[in-house]
Each structure stands twice: as C-alpha cells, then as structure tokens.
Design a protein around this ligand. Structure first.
Ligand code: SAM
Length: 361
C-alpha cells in the first residue's frame, strides 16, 4: 500500500497499520474506562460488589440506589475490560479478589481509584492546557478541578502508608532516632497533608509544620489533621516552598512536589537556610531514569502524561518556571540540590512509582 504524505510517498504495511489501529481502539476503551472507574468509585459500585459474590445489574443498582440501565452498561464495560467477570448463564457479574483489593480497599497499597480520579481531573482541564501549549503560558496547580487534588491525595496516601514509616524514613541516616526523641519537621508542598499526618501519628514526640502555596489544599489538610487527632502537633500554613516559616528544622520533606515548583533551586536554598547544620532534606519524586528513553515504560508513560497536563504547566505558571517535569531523573534533582547549596545527595529507597533521596548540607 502506498500512502502519499505532503512530502513524499511512503510505503506502509496494511497489517502494521491495522495493528496500530487496534492498539488505539484498546486505548480509547482504556481512556473511557478512566471516567467509568471514577463513576464506579463515586457511586459505591466497587464497594458494593466487593465480597458480594455474583450480582445482577438490578441487584447492584438496588444496593447502591442507582438506575439499573446505567449499571448494566457500566458492568458490561467493566467486564469487557477485565475489571469484573461475567457469567452468561446467570447474567451476573463478580468483582474478583484482586480487583476488589485494588478498587474497593483504601488500605491496600495498590488502591487505584485516586490514580484514575486525578487522571480524569487532568483530562477535564486539557482544553486549557492545549491553549497554554500554544503560548507557553503556565497553568497553576491551584487552577485545576478538585478531582486533581483529591485524586492525588487518595493515590499517594496508600503508598506513603506502606513505605514512609517502615522503609523511607529508616533509610535516612539517624533520622528515626531524632523523630522518636522529638524533632522539628517541615513537610513542604504537603497538599492535603497525607504525609504530614502519617508522620505525626508515627512520632508523637515530634512537631510538624506542613506548608503549601495552595490555600484550598491547606484548608483540607487542617481538617484532615483535626479528624486524625494530631492537630495539636501539626501546624499548616499557606506558603511557597521558598518562604515557609521557621528555622532549626531537623528534617524537611518534599513529597512529589519539587518538580512542580517554578523555582526548585530557590526552594532548595530556602530549605538549606532553615535546616539545622546536621539536618536532612528528604525528597520523594516520581520514579524516573536520567535518559528520556529510560522512561519509555508504562510508569514513565503515565508520568509524562501527568507531566504534560499538570506538572510542567504548574511550574511554568510560577516565577522562574524551570519546568523540571515529572520525569526529571536523579541527576537533574541532584543538580537542583547542589545549586541550592547542598553537598551530599544519596538515593536511599525506591518503589515502582517513587524514588527517595537523602540530601544534606
Ligand atoms: C503532586 S502534589 C503533591 C502533594 C503532596 N505532597 C502529596 O504527596 O500528596 C504537588 C503539590 O505541590 C504544591 N506546590 C506546587 N508549587 C509549589 C510551590 N512553589 N510552593 C509550595 N507548594 C507548591 C501544589 O500546591 C501541590 O499541593
């Protein structure tokens, strides 16, 4: 088959073309499933299916107070995608145990609804990002729909629950002993405060200051701290990373936010000036390799997507606009910390989605 392009004819194999088309069909199905997973999450469909055995659409609709015709269509889409199983004889659908853990158990480290929620929120804002890409303008984190913030919190929290206290903090030199004795900790770019509250619960002798430039997130973080019963030892403030208050910190933490900042080097300088001389800066960043091609895998693909729609525009919306991107990789993060005055940089832990660095003056 010969296809004429504007430049010159190029020969294309029809089988290869159809293979690519069918890959695209699968991806369109997967894209639509993002909205369907959020729908199932918000309507309580996964919760109702979990452990319930086989249910008909009418039974699921009745248990969730929803309309049967919508639920039947939703279940068929879920079955076609392998999220539920379907028994043609009974016309009933089952949520298998693995899917139930990942979709209906917020305590599962692999709990996924938040991932889909933040992805859907990012896509809702995509027309604005498309326009920004014409001009090079930024689009602030705070300008997104609430699903981006809430989904981010719900996606990251299970990973922090599974790793922060058991693996990441113990990987830092001498930090756990200080936290147990009573340390002063700043959690910068804390969003809804999931990491701040988790650390406060684990280390009752320590005091925590969570900060974020987004006022709406700080309001939620304060509410979460009240609900968790740690508000007396956790103070939240609205502040950019280059201007949070206090000095003499034993530990400064940044979870999945350094690359979102317009001026990460300025932030690094501020961290340096607020840390004790023997203090530690812990940076958690998305898992990434240094070379672009290192990140051509499913995790890298998802992060490049988020980076295009959320992280890069967020950084470009702020002063300096360095725009590290969500796949900056260890070498660029090390450069940023060095430019901020730090002399020691060490990768101390990793998960399939995160890298953890210990940075010291
Ligand atoms: C991906 S979210 C991570 C939030 C939180 N650390 C977590 O792990 O759930 C990135 C956060 O960085 C914050 N942020 C972006 N630029 C900032 C800046 N210059 N100073 C402080 N916070 C900033 C955003 O408001 C947002 O809450």
């Amino acid at each position: 088959m010969i296809v004429a392009t504007t430049e010159q004819p190029v020969e294309i194999n029809v089988d290869d073309l159809m293979q690519f088309v069918f890959k695209a069909v699968e991806e369109v199905g997967a894209t639509l499933n993002t909205a369907l997973v959020v729908m199932g999450d918000k309507l309580g469909l996964y919760q109702a299916l979990a452990g319930a055995g086989a249910l008909s659409p009418a039974e699921l609709a009745e248990r969730t107070g929803t309309a049967e015709r919508y639920i039947r269509e939703w279940l068929n889409a879920q079955a076609a995608g392998g999220y539920v199983t379907y028994d043609p004889d009974s016309g009933r659908y089952t949520l298998p145990p693995v899917q139930a853990a990942a979709l209906a158990d917020p305590d599962c480290p692999a709990y996924l609804p938040g991932f889909f929620q933040t992805a859907l929120g990012s896509m809702i804002d995509s027309p604005k990002i498309t326009e920004a890409a014409r001009s090079g303008a930024g689009f602030g984190w705070h300008e997104h729909v609430a699903d981006v913030f809430e989904g981010c919190e719900r996606f990251f929290r299970p990973g922090y629950n599974a790793n922060l206290v058991s693996a990441w903090l113990p990987a830092l030199d001498g930090v756990v002993a200080k936290l147990e004795q009573g340390a002063l900790v700043a959690d910068v770019g804390c969003g809804h405060g999931a990491s701040t509250i988790l650390m406060a619960q684990a280390y009752p002798n320590s005091t925590f200051v969570g900060s974020d430039y987004h006022a709406g997130s700080i309001e939620t973080a304060r509410r979460r701290a009240e609900e968790a019963g740690v508000a007396a030892r956790v103070r939240f403030e609205v502040a950019p990373a280059g201007g949070y208050t206090g000095t003499g910190y034993d530990l400064v933490t940044m979870f999945d936010c350094l690359h979102d900042m317009g001026d990460p080097v300025g932030a690094a300088r501020h961290v340096h000036s607020t840390l004790k001389p023997d203090g530690t800066w812990m940076i958690v960043e998305p898992a990434a390799g240094d070379r672009t091609e290192d990140n051509f895998n499913p995790v890298g693909r998802a992060y490049y997507g988020f980076s295009t729609l959320v992280c890069t525009p967020a950084s470009l919306s702020q002063d300096v606009g360095l725009a590290l991107g969500a796949q900056a990789g260890p070498a660029r993060i090390a450069d940023v910390t060095g430019a901020g005055g730090f002399t020691r940089f060490r990768r101390v832990a990793e998960t399939p989605v995160n890298l953890v660095y210990e940075v010291r003056p």
